[in-house]
Design a protein around this ligand. Structure first.
Ligand SMILES: Cc1cc2nc3c(=O)[nH]c(=O)nc-3n(C[C@H](O)[C@H](O)[C@H](O)COP(=O)(O)OP(=O)(O)OC[C@H]3O[C@@H](n4cnc5c(N)ncnc54)[C@H](O)[C@@H]3O)c2cc1C
Ligand SMILES: NC(=O)c1ccc[n+]([C@@H]2O[C@H](COP(=O)([O-])OP(=O)(O)OC[C@H]3O[C@@H](n4cnc5c(N)ncnc54)[C@H](OP(=O)(O)O)[C@@H]3O)[C@@H](O)[C@H]2O)c1
Length: 521
């Protein structure tokens, strides 16, 4: 494989963009890009194999601590799957879903076009993403080289030789430690016909979609990916049938919040077949899917479709380290690590999606950083048990801490502060209302969201928060930290809100905080 030494060259973000574009056009071709410092004679403290969120953030931290690192990635850019086929397209599709739901809720009202019976293009949005995704890639290559001083080899797969050595483009690099950040891949559906054209997952959707899906789409799975993509397809005006082997959105922990979320999905016309599985997929003479047969609790159902999307979770890419190094692997193919991110093999660490759930950006980045800290001699423990979480439907759904049921069971007396209020006509009041929900509040109040805060009546501490609407994700990051520090209703009610705030928690807490004996609101 050819090598292009770029260490002494300085590319602008635009240069990077053009170069990545060309290399992505011809995957597996083009030279390996070597940004390796020939003047630095130090042994590498770590090779990060995989330059996704985990590898890049870990490397940056290690470098900032004075260590020497090298990232190796098979793709011609740093940043990994999040900007290439996962979080970023998901957010683009979810924004489209939110916009389209708004437009479809008010056909012909105000300035909205009448979209009844109109299907908007799925392919156009996928193309938009594919054409624009190298922008973030280019920034990450630029930032990593010019601003973070990272060493890296891109556009060439690395092959593990032993616990200290990786081969890339015919060259061998040695390090004191190896940090594996090889990510994960979508789990495939196993049934007759699953290999037909027109059966997609989050990876091949953005790489291969070359036709406009017809009027019906089938989505398999009931977790974040299936729901996020399913809501987008639905919002484009397709009949959307979700086939869920168990229960839809079991991941949303609070029952009432989940109920509000699922009700709004169904109200948008999504057909949900729970307790159901795809028995087989049938193809047309060109080898494209033309229909699926679903086994439901009420018998078999046939659905004609030329587009099936599977969101079935991911399988960590642990095969190479298991085969070459013998690292121990768990039942889901995840590399097993201790709280120091060490695998069963000395000097070999593993991070991010490769070590299994939760497969989220915060964990990928933090595990990379914690591995760096340990390698550089700091005592660390990283084993995330609690984190704020979210997903998109047509809305953004966010949660942290205990559910109402959990809090009742664990704490006995709790206080629930909720909006809309818990009255028979609660859903008809124009609250909550804030950014992106004002039109719903005034025209379709039941669609303006749902939020609740759970408080331990004895200690007055906030122990859980749940939100359906828009714009709460950001504050939940901080609320989660404040809850860990023990924030009380009194302290929350004493904060300064930026009214109209997407969560109404500060002002609602203030209304109750004066009471010695707290009551629900
Ligand atoms: C549809 C979808 C949407 C998501 N949305 C969100 C979201 O909104 N928010 C959120 O927090 N999380 C989200 N996630 C999860 C998030 O994308 C992942 O947790 C995160 O990207 C994992 O980072 P990583 O570094 O572990 O792996 P990756 O980013 O996958 O990095 C692995 C890297 O290893 C490289 N590699 C593999 N094999 C080799 C080899 N042999 N040699 C060299 N390089 C190799 C790959 O090229 C890749 O760059 C989403 C996931 C999906 C599937
Ligand atoms: N932060 C975000 O917004 C975001 C967005 C997307 C993805 N992600 C992350 O990316 C990872 C992948 O997401 P995901 O939603 O695909 O995974 P997931 O959360 O594991 O959900 C997988 C879904 O597919 C179902 N399933 C699994 N195997 C199946 C099979 N063989 N047949 C039928 N159904 C099957 C599961 O059902 P059971 O419940 O019955 O197992 C579940 O409903 C997750 O870790 C997720 O957290 C994050």
């Amino acid at each position: 494989m050819d090598i292009l030494d770029i260490h002494a060259q300085h590319f602008s973000i635009g240069d990077w963009q053009a170069r990545i574009d060309v290399l992505l056009e011809r995957p597996g071709e083009g030279p390996a890009l070597f940004n390796v410092d020939p003047r630095d004679r130090r042994e590498y403290d770590a090779i990060y194999l995989g330059g996704g969120a985990g590898g890049r953030f870990g490397s940056a931290y290690l470098r900032a601590m004075g260590g020497r690192q090298l990232i190796i990635d098979r793709w011609p850019f740093l940043g990994g799957s999040c900007p290439h086929n996962a979080c970023v397209p998901h957010h683009l599709f979810s924004e489209c879903a939110a916009e389209l739901m708004l437009a479809r809720t008010f056909p012909g009202k105000l300035w909205f076009r009448d979209l009844r019976g109109v299907a908007t293009s799925i392919k156009e949005v996928v193309d938009l993403f594919r054409e624009g995704r190298v922008g973030p890639h280019a920034i990450m290559n630029f930032q990593s080289k010019e601003q973070l001083d990272l060493e890296y080899v891109l556009n060439a797969p690395g092959t593990i030789v032993d616990a200290h050595t990786v081969d890339v483009a015919g060259r061998r690099f040695r390090a004191k430690n190896l940090v594996l950040g090889l990510g994960a891949r979508p789990q495939a559906l196993r049934c007759a016909g699953a290999e037909l054209k027109g059966v997609f997952n989050f990876v091949n959707l953005v790489e291969e979609l070359d036709y406009e899906p017809g009027p019906t789409v089938v989505v398999v799975g009931g977790g974040k990916t299936a729901v996020e993509y399913g809501c987008f397809f639905n919002a484009t005006g397709r009949r959307t049938v979700m086939v869920v082997r168990d229960e839809l959105l079991r991941i949303v922990p609070d029952e009432e919040t989940r109920g509000y979320t699922v009700d709004r999905m169904k109200e948008q016309g999504i057909e949900v077949l729970e307790g159901s599985e795809i028995e087989r997929m049938d193809g047309d003479p060109r080898g494209r899917v033309r229909g699926v047969v679903v086994r439901t609790p009420d018998g078999r159902r046939e659905v004609a479709t030329d587009f099936v999307f599977c969101g079935l979770g991911e399988i960590p890419n642990s095969e190479m380290p298991a085969r070459v190094l013998g690292v121990k692997v768990g039942p889901g193919n995840e590399v097993l690590v201790n709280a120091q991110l060490q695998t069963s093999v000395p000097n070999v660490y593993a991070i991010g999606d490769l070590i299994g759930a939760p497969m989220e950006m915060f964990k990928a980045r933090k595990s990379g950083v914690y591995a760096a800290k340990h390698i550089m001699g700091q005592a660390i423990e990283y084993d995330p048990k609690e984190w704020p979480d979210f997903l998109h439907t047509h809305y953004e759904v966010t949660w942290t801490g205990m559910t109402e049921a959990e809090a009742r069971a664990k704490l006995g007396k709790i206080i629930v502060i909720k909006m809309p209020p818990d009255t028979p006509d609660g859903l008809e009041v124009a609250l909550p209302a804030s950014d992106r929900t004002m039109l719903y509040a005034f025209l379709e109040p039941r669609m303006s969201g749902h939020q609740k805060l759970i408080i331990d009546a004895r200690t007055r501490r906030v122990v859980g928060a749940h939100h359906v609407g828009y714009g709460a994700k950001d504050s939940f990051q901080y609320l989660h930290a404040l809850m860990k520090q023990g924030i009380t209703i009194d302290e929350l009610g004493d904060l300064d809100e930026l009214f109209l705030n997407p969560t109404h928690f500060i002002q609602l807490s203030r209304l109750r905080a004066g009471a010695r004996e707290l009551r629900d609101l």
